[in-house]
Design a protein around this ligand. Sequence first.
Ligand code: 13P
Ligand code: SF4
Length: 305
Amino acid sequence: MPRDTEALPEKIRALKKEKNALIVAHNYQIDAVQEIADVVGDSFALSKYCATASQDIIVFCGVHFMAESAKILSPRKTVLLPERTAGCPMADMVTAADVQELKRRHPRAAVVCYINTSAAVKAECDICCTSSNAVKVIQSLKEEEIIFVPDKNLGSYIAAQVPEKKMIIWEGFCVTHHRVTVEEVIRVREAHPDALVLVHPECRPEVVALADFVGSTKQIIDFATASAEKKFIIGTEMGVLYRLKKDNPEKTFYLLSPGLICPNMKKTTLKSVYNALTQMQYPIEVAEEILIKARSALERMLQVT
Ligand code: 13P
Ligand code: SF4
């Protein structure tokens, strides 16, 4: 480990070249990690990018299900998750056995899982979705009944957009986004009446109902960047503020709630990325029979969108 942490970005760049590695980072990563990454994006953009990347090694700065999805789509590549314990509490709220039981109870339903799930859960599903393509994915299905796991808030958002489908929604939620309350929206709107409210669909339906725009992290960044408006209240994890402020220095951004921090996304540091590259840690492994089934759910999603 270099003694001078200021030298880390340089060392990481050199190692990346030497090892033919790709560094990807989710929009919620800390500023320094976003800065060192080759690509920064939302779950959908990153999974698509990794599927076609030419590098042999992918260092995935994000949480476990994201790195695992990259591995499923590129099984021959080495996919590293720099922080072993960076997980997603929402992904842990549903198991493969839970999905099997849902399928037994609703045999005619199509089974859709949010990308925020384990490989074992994906393996039980027909198709995957992310927050940026969920509505399109559901609309693409011929079945009228849809089992959706694990996010009840994203599930409610989809149900409102696609009322012709009968949604059977699991009761999971994101601890970070679910924390945002209607009272907070009202308070922040009162403080900044000329600002637009942009929220992630993982927020509660009552919060989503008060928003001016609902979308994935990338869609929120793109919306604010393209908008002629100058002030925005951001209802997703605070990591997106880095890109928003960098790309829009003339605009003002307010975080909807101080609770919008995902501790798992904040575990990865430049040191973790450096250690990942020097020690090849921590490689993602997925059992062959699970990988094949989970890949079919992810690939079907990539075909729709
Ligand atoms: P995005 O797909 O919008 O990046 O969201 C991922 C996530 O974990 C949101 O909490
Ligand atoms: Fe999971 Fe929520 Fe963190 Fe996204 S913000 S990784 S859904 S806990």
